[in-house]
Design a protein. Structure first.
Length: 204
């Protein structure tokens, strides 16, 4: 399969990386049609995912595994601090650029505002001797899903905007390329919306 078949999509909305909130200023107005595929072979994804995305996703998985394996709450606290430092080094400007992901959730509120959740692609190790991610590990990027929590962020996608109209052409499970800029967060460098420390570390 030609790797160029996966079209780039630059969203005009605000997304969460590991539920980290991204600011609208980072999104381009350019909209393109995505291919209608629910799965890609690992070799295709490996050729398309940027090195930066691979490094960040793999390291987040390593932090999750260390967190789960630790019985010590103090050590878990320091692991979160260490992850915060890692993200600050990797995303100094709070921007992710041309990440590959799959639409996990695409719904609307009662008044028609769309909310979106994307699951960034992650490659499993090529070497079977390398550690696999813990089963609980997952990363999602998305808007808030209700008007109340969205008051300070304005992430919901408004009706009659180009992006809202354009999203009508997509379904959950489809792949896309996205870019975005995050809001700053206190404990995780980027804005993180998980309800507990464990959720923030294992399934941010």
């Amino acid at each position: 399969m030609d790797t160029t078949s996966l079209k780039k999509i630059f969203l005009t909305t605000l997304l969460l990386l590991c539920c980290f909130v991204f600011s609208p200023a980072a999104w381009s107005q350019q909209l393109e049609i995505s291919v209608r595929k629910t799965n890609y072979a690992p070799e295709i994804l490996r050729a398309m995912i940027t090195e930066k995305q691979q490094i960040i996703m793999n390291t987040l998985a390593e932090f999750a595994a260390q967190y789960k394996a630790s019985p010590n709450s103090v050590k878990k606290y320091f692991l979160r601090q260490k992850r915060q430092k890692f993200l600050a080094e990797q995303l100094k400007d709070f921007v992710v650029s041309e990440w590959i992901g799959r639409i996990q959730t695409l719904h609307t509120t009662e008044n028609g505002k769309a909310y979106l959740v994307i699951e960034p692609a992650m490659l499993t190790p090529e070497n079977p001797e390398q550690n696999l991610p813990v089963p609980e590990f997952s990363v999602t990027i998305g808007t808030w899903n209700n008007a109340y929590t969205d008051l300070d962020y304005n992430t919901l996608i408004l009706p009659e905007t180009p992006l809202h109209t354009w999203l009508a052409n997509f379904n959950e499970g489809e792949w896309l390329t996205f870019s975005g800029k995050s809001f700053a967060g206190n404990e995780d460098y980027l804005k993180e919306a998980s309800p507990s420390e464990a959720d923030a570390m294992l399934s941010p």
